[in-house]
Design a protein around this ligand. Structure first.
Ligand code: ADP
Ligand code: ADP
Ligand code: MG
Length: 457
């Protein structure tokens, strides 16, 4: 049994930095925010107990710079570093550096991050744990002849994926054999440039699927799950809306998914919070593991709202060496939660990012509503980072109530001065298809092309 953490350095920005500061405050942990020059005026800087500028706005020289973060952690004598999501959160070298410097890394062991961060290795581990994976190559594809052999087994369309891909990038659909050679060469060089690793693998491209993932939490001994999140509403393989529970699972499938996720975590000796992602084939009604994210995820509040469990607090407690004081039976799910990711983007202009000054901000309120955001009136969104500026999470006693409440909250939400995706969320939630719960990952693209057609664009 360890010592509860007394101080934590937060190596992140935006809403997740604020989320972690809040959890620290409630646990009596001193929070030190490491921020860049681009974020000097941000709300997390104002609300953290201490804040330290670690470099210029460019993330490469601040949020993504292991040495800059470690130096701040040493200078402020913190017990541990919370990496949030993105930036250094899935950087195994950084986690190893923390271990060397004897600073806690709030996440799994460096070696586990390394193994699960390589999607090819992760699939191998999944197979070993008896977890079904998408049919495809068993390992990396190094040359065209190998790709041809795999293609003849999995058929077309197929998907070439970068082993180090993430954030919806590093994937290419190959429709026919004619373009396979060219596509393979192109995606390998793209992966080399984007991720510093040209390794790719092949999967069958499944066309009628949902994205369903399981939230896990482990203290290194006990592995628990917090049920599923359904993230089928995506655009360009990036999630827009997430909900829990999934509208399509029955009790047996739900249990199967949860058992698979827990088995995988046990296989790798997983510790802390993580997410095991699956695609769910609507026709076959079966699921396949696609990847594991070894960090807290953007959409974690959805699971918090239906379970009543504060995942960030559990992360902090586990990192302090405290055992989970919960068993699976203690985790009781209630109602339905929906999250909309609000981005500073223009849906009418191909979702072009539009940072700028917020002249007026009013958050929605009332029963069952949670808005996780760092924006405020007068705040200028810097142009250097991801365009997500907040998350609206609404709970209802059932899915219908959660949808009605989200629509009501979106009506109340005011963000003036910039263009956001909030009205687009309204559009999605009002469609018959979303309300029916019966849709797949192509739904948002179809909605966009049909509304553009009607608008004559
Ligand atoms: P997932 O899609 O697996 O839930 P997230 O949405 O949490 O994961 O985002 C994946 C990771 O990529 C996160 O760590 C996030 O910060 C980062 N990310 C998300 N969107 C972008 C983007 N447009 N460009 C670069 N990184 C991104
Ligand atoms: P990332 O690391 O970018 O999050 P994932 O492997 O999690 O990449 O895949 C992101 C999304 O791409 C999935 O949620 C799903 O919509 C789609 N996808 C992934 N694998 C397949 C597949 N084999 N067939 C069809 N769609 C897929
Ligand atoms: Mg993913």
């Amino acid at each position: 049994m360890g010592e509860p953490l007394k101080s934590v350095l937060i190596a992140n920005r935006g809403e997740i930095a604020l989320r972690i500061i809040r959890a620290c405050k409630e646990l009596g942990i001193r929070s030190v925010l490491a921020y860049s020059e681009g974020d000097a005026d941000s709300l997390p800087v104002k609300l953290a107990d201490q804040a330290v500028c670690i470099g210029p706005a460019q993330a490469k020289s601040s949020y993504r710079d292991p040495r800059a973060v470690i130096s701040a952690a040493l200078a402020y004598k913190v017990d541990a570093i919370h990496p949030g999501y993105g930036f250094l959160s899935e950087n195994a070298d950084f986690a190893a550096l923390c271990e060397e410097e004897q600073i806690g890394f709030i996440g799994p062991a460096a070696e586990v991050i390394r193994r699960m961060g390589d999607k090819i290795e992760a699939k191998k581990i999944a197979r070993r744990a008896g977890v079904p994976t998408v049919p495809g190559s068993l390992g990396a594809i190094a040359e065209y002849s190998e790709a041809l052999a795999v293609a003849s087994e999995v058929g077309y369309p197929l998907l070439i994926k970068a082993a180090a891909g993430g954030g919806g990038r590093g994937m290419r659909v190959v429709e026919t054999a004619e373009s396979l050679e060219k596509d393979l060469a192109e995606i390998m060089s793209e992966a080399e440039v984007a991720f510093g690793d040209p390794s790719v693998y092949i999967e069958r491209y499944l066309t009628d699927i949902r994205h369903i993932e399981i939230q896990v939490i482990s203290d290194g001994t006990t592995v628990l799950h917090l049920g599923e999140r359904d993230c089928t509403a995506q655009r360009r393989n990036q999630k827009l809306i997430e909900e829990s529970p999934s509208p399509v699972l029955d009790a047996e499938l739900r249990q199967g998914l949860a058992d698979a996720a827990v088995a995988l975590c046990k296989e790798v000796g997983y510790k802390n919070a993580g997410t095991v992602e699956f695609v769910f084939d609507n026709i076959e009604r079966t699921y396949y593991f696609i990847e594991m994210n070894t960090r807290i995820q953007v959409e974690h509040p959805v699971s918090e709202m239906v379970s009543g469990i504060d995942l960030i607090k559990l992360q902090l407690q586990i990192a302090g060496g405290l055992p989970l004081e919960l068993s699976q039976d203690d985790i009781i799910f209630s109602g339905h939660a929906i999250e909309c990711r609000i981005n500073a983007e223009d849906p009418e202009n191909n979702f072009a990012p539009g940072p700028g000054k917020i002249t007026n901000f009013r958050a929605p309120g009332g029963f069952g509503i949670r808005m996780d955001t760092h924006i405020e009136t007068g705040y200028t969104i810097p142009p250097y980072y991801d365009s997500m500026i907040g998350k609206l999470i609404c709970w209802g006693k059932d899915r219908d109530e959660a949808i009605a409440r989200t629509l009501r909250a979106l009506d109340e939400l005011v963000i003036d001065g910039i263009t956001t995706t909030a009205p687009f969320h309204k559009k999605i939630l009002e469609t018959e298809k979303f309300v029916s719960g019966n849709f797949n990952t192509a739904f948002v693209a179809e909605l966009l092309s049909s509304t553009h057609a009607t608008a004559g664009i």
